[in-house]
Design a protein around this ligand. Structure first.
Ligand SMILES: Cc1cc2nc3c(=O)[nH]c(=O)nc-3n(C[C@H](O)[C@H](O)[C@H](O)COP(=O)(O)O)c2cc1C
Length: 303
């Protein structure tokens, strides 16, 4: 009970979720980890039509991280609702669907089609750096971000989480625009735009030339942005970016995140989200604290 959190009406057993694109739809990991012990599963970015993703090499390791340019490969919303979602009913874990549209109206259409039993909430991916249309264009402009949230808001009663891009100068203004437009929660950060070059072929390593950087390398940036946003908005904040251990997650909670998500760490250790939740519980017990909310936003930054 001490780990239970309610994020905008989504009741989670632990504050540790899995990050979109790093955990499939969930069942792909069921042989390795008990899905019922995860706070919430955020499904891979879902679009109106099926997408094949980008051509060429899509992943590259970097010091303390990785680059990816998957390009939102997914089977499309109809396949998800018709064939994948029914299988997820076997698990006692909230399912949050990450959605990506090319226009605000497409986001609205996705929200309408996903407002069905079994979906606990929607996460708006206004921050994908790896697609030509939409994606990051929404997440780098306050008016565009607000337009997406409004289009979704009018089509669904589900909790709406807006996922922010770190590839901006002022992340607080985008967070505020999303909150004012009706977002129930904010998650951040998506990947940082990066690239790698093959010095023997004189060519980019990734098929898409650029890709999104994730993993421990981005944690200090993510933590700083979560701290800035949590102080500026009233809605709950979900923190992610480079979380590998319970100590990492606790830093995000102290910075003001009410929950966290684990991404790249799943590729190293599929049990990471559960082990991190256990580590947070141990940390609370050792300090005689009763609830995870006792540490949320408790950083003493009046220095
Ligand atoms: C292979 C891969 C695929 C991803 N796909 C998505 C996606 O479909 N939608 C999305 O919002 N974020 C996506 N992300 C971003 C992650 O959800 C997360 O925001 C980012 O990786 C930072 O967290 P991490 O450092 O813990 O991985 C993806 C990340 C990776 C590594």
């Amino acid at each position: 009970m001490m780990l239970a959190v309610d994020i905008a009406g989504i009741k989670m057993k632990t504050p540790v979720m899995t990050a979109s694109g790093t955990f499939g739809s969930g069942p792909e990991y069921a042989d390795f980890v008990d899905l019922n012990k995860i706070g919430a599963i955020v499904v891979k970015g879902t679009t109106l039509e099926p997408r094949g993703g980008n051509k060429g090499r899509r992943m590259a390791e970097t010091p303390a991280g990785m680059l990816n340019c998957i390009g939102l490969e997914n089977p499309g919303v109809d396949e998800f609702v018709g064939h994948i979602l029914p299988g997820l009913a076997a698990y006692d874990v909230p399912i949050i669907v990450n959605i990506a549209g090319r226009t605000a109206d497409e986001f609205g259409e996705l929200a309408a089609r996903l407002s069905v039993p079994g979906v606990a909430g929607l996460e708006l991916n206004i921050s994908c750096p790896n697609v030509k249309e939409g994606g990051i264009a929404f997440g780098t402009d306050c008016a565009n971000a607000a337009a997406v949230v409004r289009a979704v808001r009018k089509n669904t009663r589900l909790p709406v989480i807006t996922k922010l891009s770190p590839n901006v100068t002022d992340i607080v203004s985008i967070a505020k625009a999303a909150e004012e437009a009706g977002s129930d929660a904010i998650s951040l950060i998506n990947t940082l735009l990066g690239m790698a070059i093959d010095i023997y072929k004189w060519r980019p390593v990734l098929g898409n030339v650029t890709g999104g950087l994730s993993g421990p390398a981005i944690k200090p940036v993510a933590l700083r942005m979560v701290w800035q946003v949590a102080r500026a908005v009233k809605c709950p904040v979900i923190g992610l970016g480079g979380i590998m251990t319970a100590n990492d997650a606790i830093e995000f909670l102290l910075a003001g995140a009410s929950a966290v998500a684990v991404g790249t760490a799943n590729f190293v250790n599929p049990r990471a989200s559960v082990e991190i939740a256990e580590g947070i519980r141990d940390y609370l017990v050792e300090r005689g604290l009763k609830n995870v909310s006792d540490i949320v936003g408790r950083i003493n930054d009046n220095i």
